[in-house]
Design a protein around this ligand. Structure first.
Ligand code: MN
Ligand code: MN
Length: 502
């Protein structure tokens, strides 16, 4: 082959290559502009732009009430007290009192039942017989935290500490060096209940778990995140003044004297105490534009609060089916125990309710459960652009896109999930659209990355229609979690629509 032919061929190839490259660039450009167009046509991306001034005022009002609620009610006990207070204000009566007095309940009556001060159920009786089923808004009011052990107090090297055992799934390294408040109860042998809240008032002291200084952390920094702070290292610092100089365990003795003088608590009283360490301080608006809320334990008090508000706002509405708002304890540790969803509390309460309505039979209880509809509400994980790799972008919830539905939860092939019925989902879509509720459907994250569960499957065992719904959240289970006010508002709207239409 002579040079001329070779050069011609090279020239031809180069031209082809240039054209091919041009084509690729054009293809890429078209793809990008299509994606941008898609973003523009996705109207639901910014729910905010559709809001009227009235919507915006209502949203801020709801958000302010919510921030106040989660700032004051940090434990299940505190949430139950507040729930009862608000319910009684709109005419709810204690079901136990109804039972004792033998009063018959009728349509429009409103009652509440409490389980061991930690779980509460509100009922608004409808005009239809109870065996036709209920419409249930369920959520949980327990939150991740550090619980004090039963023998907590000790002294080491002139410092007094209290030993904790964490409650719920936490990244332990997130709980060190932040101000912690102590909430809970100490029960004396004579039955007296001493209520404790230390660290919320500006003048209160706070507590904290210390961490090793960075200067000496060469070895610690090499550890994996699950080991960098061990569970047994989550002890809180509680004192440094010795009662008497040079006396053995004098700092501990000083703390005990203080506890005795101020609260009438003896060391042995911790045996019958439920004391939790939670992040100290109030929830706050988040962002320059105050569009979000940063607060402790939004999982799942954000769904609890919005469910409660929707339920109480409907206090004067006439319902066909009986409405119920169920706020339960122990979800974060598997729903076990008398106050968890796995207990018979709800079923037994329903039997009592049927009886108080003059409708009790074993079959009526079973039918009431089977014919019920439920929104099992819990927070859903929101897409976090900093950790985009954990999510599947088309099936994840976004902050600011509205109420979230998870048709199923679980892990490793939906295992452990109740998976809502398509027919029920269809019905809900119709209701939400009719009430102009902005909603999104999502999964927790990418398939096989992890997973989680809620109280839905326990209710599904009765054969009722149940789906997971709620509010998307960033930094779930961290001391401070983030939500969007839009999602809180839309979720409340969704609950109200559900109560009105089901
Ligand atoms: Mn939850
Ligand atoms: Mn949780």
């Amino acid at each position: 082959m002579d040079d001329k032919i070779l050069n011609e061929q090279i020239y031809e190839l180069r031209t082809k290559l240039r054209e091919w490259k041009k084509l690729q660039v054009e293809k890429e450009r078209r793809k990008m502009s299509e994606e941008q167009d898609n973003d523009k046509t996705d109207k639901k991306f910014s729910v905010w732009s559709e809001y009227t001034d009235e919507d915006k005022a209502a949203l801020e009002n709801l958000a302010a009430g919510y921030v106040d609620f989660i700032s004051r009610c940090k434990t299940e006990r505190e949430s139950v007290v507040e729930t009862i207070k608000r319910a009684e204000a709109v005419g709810y009566k204690n079901l136990d009192d109804i039972i004792k007095s033998g009063t018959k309940l009728k349509a429009g009556d409103k009652v509440y039942a409490v389980c061991m001060k930690k779980t509460v159920a509100l009922f608004q009786i409808g005009t239809e017989p109870l065996e036709n089923g209920l419409k249930i808004l369920g959520a949980h009011i327990d939150t991740c935290r550090l619980d004090l052990k039963q023998n907590p107090l000790y002294e080491d090297s002139g410092l007094a500490y209290m030993d904790t055992h964490y409650y719920g799934g936490i990244k332990k390294y997130q709980w060190v060096t932040i101000p912690l408040a102590m909430h809970g109860v100490v029960v004396k042998k004579d039955g007296r209940v001493i209520e404790i809240v230390i660290g919320e008032d500006e003048s209160d002291p706070v507590f904290c778990v210390t961490d090793l200084l960075i200067h000496l952390s060469q070895e610690q920094m090499k550890k994996s995140a699950d080991k960098v702070i061990e569970g047994e290292k989550l002890d809180i610092l509680v004192g440094n003044y010795p009662l008497k100089e040079n006396d053995k365990e004098s700092v501990k003795k000083g703390i005990l004297k203080l506890l005795k003088d101020k609260y009438d608590i003896e060391e042995e009283d911790f045996l019958s105490a439920e004391l939790a360490l939670v992040p100290a301080g109030k929830a706050r608006d988040l962002g320059f534009d105050k569009s979000m809320v940063l607060g402790y334990g939004q999982d799942d008090r954000v769904c609890s609060y919005t469910s409660l508000v929707a339920m109480l706002e409907a206090a004067n509405q006439t319902f066909g089916k009986t409405a119920c708002c169920l706020l339960v304890d122990k979800e974060e540790i598997g729903s076990y125990g008398a106050t968890g969803m796995k207990s018979r509390f709800f079923e037994n309460t329903l039997a009592e309710l049927l009886n108080a309505c003059g409708q009790y039979s074993e079959l009526a209880v079973r039918r009431a459960l089977k014919n019920s509809f439920m929104l099992s509400s819990d927070v859903s994980s929101a897409f976090d652009a900093l950790y985009a790799i954990a999510y599947e972008k088309r099936n994840v919830a976004y902050l600011g896109k509205g109420m979230v539905f998870n048709k199923f939860t679980g892990s490793r092939g939906k295992s452990g999930s109740s998976d809502a019925n398509a027919e029920y989902v269809g019905k809900l879509r119709d209701i939400l659209d009719k009430h102009n509720v902005h909603y999104q459907f999502s999964e927790l994250g990418k398939v096989d990355l992890g997973g989680g569960g809620t109280i839905a499957y326990m209710m599904a065992e009765y054969g009722m229609e149940v789906i997971d719904s709620g509010v998307p959240v960033l930094s779930m289970h961290a001391p401070w979690e983030a939500t969007s006010k839009i999602d809180i508002y839309e979720t409340k709207k969704g609950y109200s629509a559900f109560l009105t239409e089901i």
